[in-house]
Design a protein around this ligand. Sequence first.
Ligand code: GUN
Length: 298
Amino acid sequence: MMQLLSGKALSKVIIEEVKEEVIALIAAGKKPPHLAAILVGNDGASETYVGHKVKMCEQVGFQSSLIRLAADISEAALLEEIAQLNNNPDIDGFIVQLPLPKHIDVDKVTLAIDYRKDVDGFHPINMGKMAQNMPCFLPATPYGIMQLLERNGVETSGKECVVIGRSNIVGTPMSILLSRNNQPGNCTVTLCHSRTKDLLAHTQRADILVVALGKAEFVTADMVKEGAVVIDVGITRVPDASKKRGYRLAGDVKFDEVAPKCSFITPVPGGVGPMTVTSLLMNTLKAAKNKISYQEEV
Ligand code: GUN
């Protein structure tokens, strides 16, 4: 029997948990967590994502600040904005929405963020801590996927896991998280990418298949083992004249033909997507609680 891993349903549960914690913080005389987001330019998808992040902050009782910067802002000016957020004691955590315009070096931006406020978990200090199983901020999408696996009781220990895609924000951290000696985790992980020879041979062996390459409907039924767990991270806008907005959202997996073979599968939309925002909320709450505990130490 195929079961849906619904991020839509789980995110509602987590949002309630976060709300409760905010109420408890305020009852203890603390201020609510405060997340800031920097949005450079006006890319359509980024606008949607950031708008959603801000809206969800309001829903759980966080403060939020959206900092909009022109697409032609200089790298130096963006780094200055980041320095201000690092030094602003009112801000618990912040993100710089990606992608950035080509004239800005994303590595410099990532390194400029104070790792204690890096609620996207992209800073190498957080990535390094993650790899060594130390407390840290996990990147939103991988954190959300781990929550989906854990809270739906998906067994991972000893499983063959194949990750397709090696991005810094999804594929690479997923491969690390699933291989760690943790629960979920303890998989034997293969990280496949554009230079992989015979991808089919790899995917057909996967007990858990994480697909994060950003190609609409790339994974077909023949690529998937009977009973596999399939996690679809893709969300691509495919032109569709029959839709009012002119596009439909497609995952990286051909859901209709793959789903019947699966033990668990995430739908698109409503699977991984909603979990990414809840991860950001969980990280921001953690950043605020960490800050309270530093302050109580001094
Ligand atoms: N662009 C796509 N995913 C993300 C994310 O998790 N965080 C940020 N800042 N930008 C993104």
